[in-house]
Design a protein around this ligand. Structure first.
Ligand SMILES: [Zn+2]
Length: 375
């Protein structure tokens, strides 16, 4: 059944006298031949974001927001179930969005964040942005919503799911009877995400969740492996069960730039997932001055773990006392001891510092403390 024919059936069958809808069902020219299945969400012969208020229905507990009327009716029913569970109405941050509002949003947030004006499903009155926990992946209300909203024709479009580069936990859409197939699979995909804290040591925390609900998986085995960024030998750290929050943590000292991978092999009711993260090695740049005329300044570069870093480009920078501007006055490679020396003859009170700019994806940059030199 197409969304449109379902629309008419629903609108005819449900008690509009309840005041849920501000528009009469026949106010919209639903006889248009467009179908949600073949043309996206467009309907009624309207343009995206240019749907007359008379063709939309207000959300009863927040009448400033509107949806297409069939979506509004089902959203009301979903809210009744939500309220029975959570004791409050669904928090709606946005629903139908006019073309002008989408243009303003696009100007403010830019491409990749806001949809190109004329393409957002908010402009068709079938999308809602939700808050109060529903808008956070893994939150109990989000999980409840993911399990229950499809009964009312609502779910997240695939691009908004956890694990997507454009993931938006808060964005939900009305699909009516045409729910996406990823919801109906008996073996849903899982998503591994990783958070990182600390420097030395570094703690990586991976979380495994089901993609279609974002429900976190507790007690499932996750294998942790590591390898050097510049090498190919993979070392297995071990296999550990996720905790009650669906998480496994790994704490280590990144003496070398390291790629850490967390792998969940899947089970009879969920597909596998994996996530890798590159951990850069922190560095320590130090410096000292030999008093003389001219002065000799010597910098030394090592990792936080104490490994000397040879053949790395470092810089000597200067700022005059009273100025905040640093200027590079010398550069060169560290020798086999991790040292780099430069002689300077300051003509006024001057601060010097050594600077290691880091290596992309491998080593963290560092500055030495300032060295004060009188003239
Ligand atoms: Zn949205």
């Amino acid at each position: 059944m197409s969304v449109l024919s379902r629309t008419l059936t629903l609108l005819a069958a449900l008690p509009l006298a309840m005041g849920l809808c501000v528009a009469e069902a026949n106010a919209a020219p639903l006889s248009s031949s467009v179908s949600a299945a073949t043309t996206g969400a467009e309907w009624g012969g309207y343009e995206n974001g240019k749907i007359p208020a008379s063709a939309l229905c207000a959300i009863s507990w927040q009448t400033v927001d509107h949806l297409r009327c069939d979506a509004a009716v089902r959203f009301e029913a979903l809210n009744t179930a939500y309220k029975a569970k959570w004791g409050a109405n669904i928090c709606v941050n946005d629903a139908y969005r006019s073309y002008a509002k989408q243009v303003a949003l696009y100007d403010e947030l830019g491409p990749g964040v806001a949809a190109v004006p004329g393409t957002s499903n908010h402009g068709w009155g079938v999308a809602v942005d939700l808050g109060c926990g529903v808008g956070i992946f893994g939150n109990a209300r989000h999980v409840w919503f993911a399990v229950n909203a499809p009964k009312y024709g609502f779910t997240q479009p695939e691009w908004a799911l956890i694990g997507s580069s454009r993931a938006e936990a808060w964005h939900w859409q009305f699909f009516g009877a045409d729910l996406p197939t990823y919801l109906t699979t008996t073996k849903p995909a899982t998503v591994a995400t990783v958070a990182s804290t600390g420097t030395w040591p570094r703690t990586l925390t991976a979380a495994i969740s089901k993609r279609n609900t974002s429900a976190l998986l507790a007690g499932v085995p996750v294998t942790i492996t590591r390898r050097s960024v510049t090498g190919t030998t993979v070392t297995t750290v071990g296999t550990y069960p996720t905790d009650a929050a669906g998480q496994v943590a790994y704490t280590f000292y990144p003496k070398k730039p390291t790629v850490v991978t967390f792998t969940y092999a899947g089970s009879t009711d969920s597909l596998p997932s994996t996530v890798s993260v590159t951990v850069k090695t922190p560095t320590v740049m130090t410096g000292k001055v030999t008093v003389g005329s001219p002065n000799t300044l010597k910098g030394h570069l090592a990792t936080t773990g104490g490994t000397v870093m040879a053949a790395r480009t470092v810089y000597l920078q200067r700022r005059y006392a009273g100025s905040s501007t640093w200027t590079t006055v010398a550069s060169g490679s560290t020798n086999s001891n991790g040292d780099f020396s430069s002689t300077q003859q300051p003509k006024r009170a001057t601060y010097y510092r050594f600077y290691f700019p880091g290596v992309s994806g491998q080593y963290v940059r560092d500055y030495s403390p300032s060295l004060y030199v009188t003239y």
